[in-house]
Design a protein. Sequence first.
Length: 105
Amino acid sequence: MFVAKVTGSLIATQKAEAMVGYKLLIVEPYRLEPNQRQSLVTTGRTFVAVDTLGAGVGEFVLITQGSSARLTPETKNMPIDTVIVGIVDKVHVETACVYARETDE
């Protein structure tokens, strides 16, 4: 699994029948900044991911790729390579919180 940020969406009116009704999002994997290890930074790559959870632009999510992307009940018969399997609330590394989702609480 990887931490990624949702940076956009993709609309495809023609797609495999198994994918009809599923939202496609553009995600950008992030990694821990190597020097200070106090923040997440982009890897500079982007992927199209199937969203089964209702994630939105600007949110950090958990993605899985490859054959693992087809192991969820929703995606088992889909021709996909990347799926969002979680929406991230917080990321802690050692004693630092490197990401915390904004909430309305």
